[in-house]
Design a protein around this ligand. Structure first.
Ligand code: ADP
Length: 212
């Protein structure tokens, strides 16, 4: 059962002053944790650090108590593919590839069998009620659909840790409910889920909030 988080994390972009200073948080297996706070405080940046896409100036990202943020690039990439699912705020789907190929992209980097991934992808699409044919391209679907497809992509390899940036940002109540339900269900299967949100519907469904 995983324990995931960060300890005494400090970070600033390039030569700029630090925007995160001494930040610690942990999500245990089974927990859905919200990171909250005003715009510009560094919530997305913290999620990129937790997602091993940025490196801290001080402190560490911890997996089961082991510091992983200082590993070499290749090891961090492998860990990301194996362990993490990440939902970007703007979905960040590959415009040149179909919805199905976007979701199953992780097969290129991890151990997941392609056929199994496609089955899981379709199940997630159905569970989240995204009514788009899987052969469409991201330019042919709505922003709200893209946001949910991005969640399918993050969940398809059943990651031990799910990180999501404003995953209900542009969704109506019914779609947001589906997304919240999927994240709760993921946590309840023994995964750790951390979301950045200012959406009260999502914050209420979280076990805890960590204000930045
Ligand atoms: P939040 O998610 O809380 O709105 P962000 O993490 O997006 O905050 O941004 C925190 C601060 O870092 C903001 O002042 C933002 O302008 C700045 N920032 C974000 N990305 C970069 C970047 N790539 N280079 C320099 N500054 C950045």
């Amino acid at each position: 059962m995983i324990s995931f988080g960060c300890e005494r994390l400090t970070f600033g972009y390039a030569n700029l002053p630090s925007i995160l200073d001494d930040v610690s948080l942990t999500a245990q297996a089974g927990e859905l944790v919200a990171i909250t706070g005003p715009s510009g405080r560094g919530k997305s940046t913290l999620l990129y650090l937790l997602g091993l896409m940025l490196s801290p100036r001080a402190g560490a990202v911890l997996v089961d108590g082991d510091a992983v943020s200082g590993l070499r690039d290749a090891q961090r990439s492998a860990l990301r593919a194996q362990l993490l699912g990440f939902v970007f705020q703007d979905a960040a789907l590959d415009q040149t590839r179909t919805v199905m190929d976007n979701i199953t992209e992780v097969c290129l980097y991890g151990d997941l069998d392609r056929r199994l991934a496609q089955e899981r992808a379709q199940l997630l699409i159905d569970q989240l009620g995204v009514q788009v044919p899987a052969h469409r391209r991201p330019g042919q679907i709505s922003g709200g659909q893209a946001q949910r497809i991005a969640l399918c992509r993050a969940l398809v390899h059943d990651p031990a840790v799910l990180l999501a940036d404003e995953p209900t940002g542009n969704l109506d109540d019914s779609s947001a409910e589906g997304v919240i339900h999927a994240m709760r269900r993921h946590a309840e299967t023994g995964r750790a889920v951390i979301v950045v949100t200012h959406d009260p519907r999502l914050e209420q469904a979280c076990d805890r909030s960590v204000p930045l």
